[in-house]
Design a protein around this ligand. Structure first.
Ligand code: DAH
Length: 357
């Protein structure tokens, strides 16, 4: 019996699956199993022999039964472990590629411009894209007959039949936000006003909707010299260069007197733009000293306050800095273009970390 016990416990321990265990069960304690057959022999034994062999056989049968059950449980555990290992999922892995979405160059450049002017004490003001003809034109010293109205290819909003007030317009520039900022905040004042503007125009460098940023600084003693310094600081920071040459060209805008267009020195060697060196000049903005009539339209006394203003195309300076050749692509929503020209979502531009890492 000791041999039988050793044999079956060994075989059970070595069994590799449930089917093998079942075979062993039948072989040992099934109806015609080795141990069952021995139990049948009991009847032919003497009472003394039976008293010895009976309990021993029963104990052996019990032991084999529980060894089978224990092994069966162990096999089931191992099978479950195996399955869990196979089905394991790392829930800390990102579900999708992190760079699915990118920041559009217009948003990026707006943030860059805002960061630079914030450093010089300018806050951000906004106004509506549908504005009255007064804010868009009259308040900026562009009266009804002025040629600038015709030049701007204005989109006019519809008026109800019989309503003969001047129609609202899709603002043609961000300059009307100058007036709203003056009304709201008074003087002294330092703001930039970024946002979308509209003109009926469409080619490689014009789209019916585009973006500008307006700047306005008013105080008792602000001069053209302050304008020049601020613009120089801006251009250096924006193009991330140590030195720039600016050229102020006399110009005319109804809302400034005197007015100047500002060019920066550049080169186009090999088709790529380099800012700060070379023999070419690139126009980047319009500016001037705010016309007294405009200051008065904003509700501020032009005898006390004076200052400068400027207006710049955000899309244009984005194209220049990031080498984007066609303005129309900005508004195509082509994902391949956005992946190529877009910016990582969590890199907020700031002057300390670098604007455009
Ligand atoms: N509003 C002008 C435009 O849309 C740009 C501009 C020029 C804005 C001179 C100004 C300025 O504030 O002083 O073309």
């Amino acid at each position: 019996m000791d041999d039988l016990k050793a044999k079956y416990l060994g075989l059970i321990a070595a069994a590799s699956d449930e089917a093998a265990l079942e075979d062993l069960r039948v072989q040992a304690i099934g109806k015609k199993g080795e141990i069952s057959l021995m139990m049948r022999e009991l009847g032919r034994m003497s009472p003394e022999e039976r008293q010895m062999a009976g309990p021993a056989l029963n104990a052996l049968k019990d032991e084999i039964t529980s060894a089978l059950a224990a092994k069966k449980a162990a096999l089931a555990d191992a099978a479950l472990d195996e399955r869990l290992r196979g089905e394991w999922l790392d829930v800390t892995l990102p579900a999708r590629n992190r760079r699915q979405g990118t920041i559009h160059p217009i948003s990026q450049v707006t943030e860059e411009v805002t960061a630079i002017f914030a450093e010089m004490g300018f806050s951000v003001a906004e106004g509506p894209r549908i504005d009255s003809d007064w804010y868009n034109f009259d308040a900026l010293n562009i009266p009804g007959h002025h040629p600038a109205r015709a030049e701007m290819d204005t989109f006019y909003m519809a008026r109800a039949a019989g309503d003969d007030r001047a129609p609202n317009v899709l603002r043609t520039h961000t300059s009307p936000v100058q007036i709203r900022a003056m009304e709201k905040m008074g003087a002294p004042l330092r703001v930039i006003c970024p946002g979308g503007v509209y003109r009926a125009d469409y080619d490689q460098t014009h789209t019916p909707m585009f973006h500008q940023v307006e700047g306005l600084a008013l105080d008792r003693d602000i001069s053209m010299a302050n304008l020049k310094w601020v613009l120089e600081e801006f251009v250096k920071a924006y193009f991330e260069v140590d030195h720039v040459d600016l050229r102020f060209r006399a110009s005319h805008f109804p809302f400034t007197e005197p007015s100047a267009e500002v060019d920066i020195r550049c080169s186009w060697e090999g088709g790529t733009l380099k800012v700060g060196e070379g023999d070419d000049w690139l126009e980047i903005l319009g500016s001037g000293m705010v016309h007294p009539k405009v200051i008065a339209a904003g509700g501020i006394d032009p005898e006390v306050y004076q200052g400068f203003a400027f207006g710049m195309g955000i899309d244009r300076i984005a194209m220049l800095k990031y080498g984007i050749p066609d303005l129309r692509a900005f508004f195509d929503s082509d994902l391949r273009w956005l992946r190529h020209y877009g910016f990582a979502a969590l890199d907020m531009p700031n002057l300390h970390g670098g604007l455009s890492r």
